[in-house]
Design a protein around this ligand. Structure first.
Ligand code: ATP
Ligand code: MG
Length: 437
């Protein structure tokens, strides 16, 4: 992409309404634009990152055996009356009336709808287990939308729903998701600690929140100091290895970590305890038959008896993750994108666009990158070098490659690693080889 053609409305000034760094940088780097309180339009670069995050979530869900569906954003109130949640959900639910005065709503979550879909089609234990997920916009009329996309009213969520014959099997489904989550966050360069959590209005008795430690987090959390060093990717564990997975799950969950509601000071020695703030980027629940019972999701077991299925639900805050990643990875100059979610891998800076040599060299690099499938943002604008460097640091691409007349005389480009700040002068070929890796 050429910077001169890109719709990338960067801002010089810090927007007043933005209280935390991720929100400031998201606005300044032109990733999103607020259209109403807690509702955002995604501009090209922000949308590119959002899609990458979404894709990582999708790939890890698929690997765990979950199957993607897509349910609508608008739901009928009847479904929610059946489960008894229509009244309970309260003012966070955006209620709508269609032209026939039928009660509809903009879905805040999908337990009811997926259970209805499941119950329509699945009648036998032979069709279990099933885990169905979708990645869809949700609406919750939050009392205090704030911190940009971190607490929006409209936000993108991945929500998965598991269906099993027994509680034991449901626990296995839960543990698979647990592992998928660890891997998902790790791929985004994040460390999300699974913490024992309250089940809240969704109900049930087994739940973990996945929390990234950050001073600007909304939750107060409590964890054993061992978490700080612990590698939690579950390397080598296979989803099909039920015992291995269970052992790994037991190992991790035996290390103390709890959200505010679940914290029990008597359960951990004070000298080992870390109290911190955290951002919730995912939440998983096992809730038994809470929805399958009222929604009539039953299957026939091997004896021919009708059994109510056991369920779990598993959410990832896809749009919140962009904010969380920036909170975890930035400096005073701007965002530092982890490579896996970066909108482009390289920012190519032409220091002197009116110099034929610079132009030619940059055009060649730009074309080579495109041929090799390397994502590059080429700053071909007629702007001062200082402005270009500032913008490039702000938008935080992992690598910067700078071409100027002096370097060209020696046949070199300057390559900068955005994260470490390390710069080196290398031949253009060497730079290309390094960055293609
Ligand atoms: P919170 O306590 O932050 O309100 P929640 O318990 O209501 O979260 P869930 O219903 O478990 O959230 O939703 C799954 C995930 O969706 C959360 O872990 C979070 O990452 C994300 N999420 C929830 N509410 C919002 C919101 N208003 N804006 C952006 N993401 C959200
Ligand atoms: Mg909430």
């Amino acid at each position: 992409m050429r910077f001169s053609e890109y719709f990338l409305p960067t801002l010089r000034d810090v927007p007043k309404e933005a209280e935390i760094v991720s929100h400031r940088y998201m606005l300044r780097a032109g990733l999103v634009q607020q259209t109403s309180a807690g509702i955002y339009a995604w501009l090209p670069m922000g949308y590119k990152v959002l899609r990458k995050i979404e894709q990582i979530v999708r790939e890890e869900q698929d690997k765990s055996g979950a199957q993607e569906v897509l349910m609508p954003t608008i739901q009928s109130a009847d479904l929610w009356k059946k489960s008894g949640r229509y009244d309970d959900y309260g003012q966070e639910m955006l209620r709508i009336q269609d032209r026939h005065e039928r009660e509809m709503l903009f879905g805040p979550t999908n337990e009811e709808m997926i259970t209805e879909i499941f119950a329509t089609h699945v009648k036998s234990y032979r069709d279990l287990p099933k885990n169905l997920y979708h990645i869809q916009w949700k609406f919750r009329d939050e009392i205090r939308p704030r911190f940009g996309v971190m607490r929006g009213r409209e936000f993108l969520m991945k929500d998965a729903y598991s269906f099993d014959l027994t509680k034991e099997d449901a626990k296995y489904a839960y543990q698979k998701m647990f592992l998928a989550y660890l891997r998902t966050y790790k791929r985004m360069g994040l460390k999300a600690i699974p913490m024992a959590a309250d089940t809240g209005p969704i109900g049930g008795d087994l739940s973990h929140e996945f929390i990234i430690l950050a001073d600007t987090g909304e939750s107060e959390v409590f964890a054993h100091k061992d978490w700080l060093e612990k590698d939690i990717t579950g390397q080598g564990i296979q989803y099909s290895d039920r015992e291995g997975l269970n052992a790994y799950y037991e190992e991790l969950t035996s290390i103390y970590a709890a959200t505010d509601d679940k914290h029990d000071p008597s359960a951990i020695d004070a000298s080992n305890l870390v109290t911190a703030r955290g951002i919730e980027v995912g939440h998983i629940f096992y809730f038994g038959t809470k929805y399958s019972e009222p929604m009539n999701a039953r299957v026939q077991d091997s004896n021919g008896d009708m059994v109510t299925v056991h369920m779990g639900s598993y959410g990832v805050g896809v749009s919140r993750l962009i904010g969380a990643i920036i909170e975890a990875s930035h400096d005073s100059e701007g965002i530092i994108w982890p490579e896996e979610v970066a909108p482009f891998k390289i920012g190519l800076i032409n220091l002197k666009v009116d110099d034929a040599g610079c132009r030619e060299a940059c055009e060649k690099i730009y074309a080579d990158c495109q041929e090799q499938g390397i994502e590059v943002l080429y700053d071909d604008r007629d702007e001062r070098a200082g402005t270009k460097f500032k913008d490039m640091d702000l938008i935080g691409l992992p690598w910067q490659m700078t071409i100027g007349p002096k370097g060209l005389e020696k046949g070199v480009a300057e390559v900068k690693n955005r994260k470490t700040g390390e710069k080196s002068e290398v031949s253009i070929e060497a730079a290309m080889t390094k960055l293609a890796a």
